[in-house]
Design a protein around this ligand. Sequence first.
Ligand SMILES: Nc1nc2c(ncn2[C@@H]2O[C@H](COP(=O)(O)OP(=O)(O)OP(=O)(O)O)[C@@H](O)[C@H]2O)c(=O)[nH]1
Ligand SMILES: [Mg+2]
Length: 520
Amino acid sequence: MRTPSIYSQDDPISAALKPPSSETEAERDARLLSEAEARRVSELIDEDLRLERERMKRNRGDVKLLLLGQAESGKSTLQKQFQLMYRPNSIDQERISWKTVIYFNVVHSLKHILTTLEAWDDILDDESDNIDDSVSISPNKHRPNGISEQPSPSTSLMNSASPPNGTPASPARPGSSGSISQHITSKEPSSIQIGNLRRRLSPLVSADAQLADRLSGGITVSGSGKGGVYVRSGWQARTIENALGRIRQKNDSEAKKARESISQDAPPDILVQDVGRMLSVSKDDIKELWAHPTVKGLIARRKLKLDEWSEFFLRHISRVAAPDYIPTTDDILHARIQTMGVAEHIFDVNIHGKAVSWHLFDVGGARGQRHSWVPYFDDANAIIFVAPVSAFDQYLEEDPRTNRIDDSLQLFTQICSNALLKNVHLVLFLNKTDLLRTKLDTGLKVRKYITSFGERSNDYETVVQYFRAHFLQVHRRNNENRRVLYTHFTSVVDTKATQRIIGNVRDSIFRGYLQSAALV
Ligand SMILES: Nc1nc2c(ncn2[C@@H]2O[C@H](COP(=O)(O)OP(=O)(O)OP(=O)(O)O)[C@@H](O)[C@H]2O)c(=O)[nH]1
Ligand SMILES: [Mg+2]
């Protein structure tokens, strides 16, 4: 008996599509097979559409929270704190993959130190010594890593001649950034010592590109210079898959199951294993380089600028370079990897007996990434805008003429004035306050970089209030709807303090959410 066909005798379209009567058995079998495949694909599409409709319906009641702010402001670190609070097990599952990031952070920092030393001929040249970096420095060679050593321009915040609090702006004055304790007078010993360290560390440093490739999955993004590498959401699974290699061969559902079953017992990636071995062998050399008077001198003279994560991992190198190293949660919070695009994280948040799904969108903050934020604006319930207040002496990697505080203020202006966001609950984190304290304690003068700071006192309280006043001013000028701005001084690497603040923010967002959902 012939298998029933999809072609009905009565339907004219079916009749038109009816197979020719001369169809052979083999042609008929092939046709039936392809009809069955078409039906299967069509049913899959229908099922996908049904699930998507259901998801949209379900998500209508969910809270959507955007984490916005410039690159390096601390958005992903804040996301990790949400993860620690609401899905702590997932941090354990990812723990092993953070080892690749931390090794990359160490190796990349060593490379940056050695390249900078090379540009200064591995010595502290007292004749070119000028602690004040508002004056042009003429190194012997071009600057490493394309980082401009032209004096960075000081800024009057948002070009406002008159800052909040009424004190008139005064011109920048050169300041001192502290005393140099070590002076190397003999070129020979210093350069020979560093030359030897460079030679011994070169196999380790040469792993930099491979580690970057492992994390990015081979994707290079323009502008991923200093920070090293951009990653898309899901990079953890990729580093683990590379470690296991064989998972790639399997079909999707098997790979998913294997990924889910991976814990920190997963066999380590050969590359990561090799880097771990080299780190362990080179531990003393790294310590010697990090403690070397020439390195310390270049840092004090601001000829060598290290990021906070570089300093953190170099300070903890004994632990990080140990053969049995497993990243601690604190290490994970300090690890640095640039976000590419927008990464969605979903948490079930239980408030007053009501369970609500929170969708956290962690965005890439570099200028080239900001266009990808907009599609998430129209159904957002809340924004946490993260502004690093320690960045008053730093300039955008993408545009070395723009002071990072100024960029934050400009970005905050755009967010406050955006019509799509006018009803969104707005929270401001003035972040990296721990680093701000350290910078001020070492004698760095705000007025040297922010001319409008004028003759105010350079103490922590005055400085944070000054920056806060600027952000409040931006909010006030762009607040037709008279919405409240919730402000917090934060250091999001501090778990205890941050989780307390997250609790407050959660409650205030949830109150707004209930009101807008007309549930109260
Ligand atoms: N000491 C200190 N370090 C911080 C703080 N917040 C963030 N960091 C560190 O700053 C670096 C950058 O933080 P991220 O969270 O990756 O920055 P981001 O805003 O996600 O950056 P993009 O993804 O490039 O947009 C990381 O090494 C963090 O550990 C803070 O409050 N204090
Ligand atoms: Mg990020």
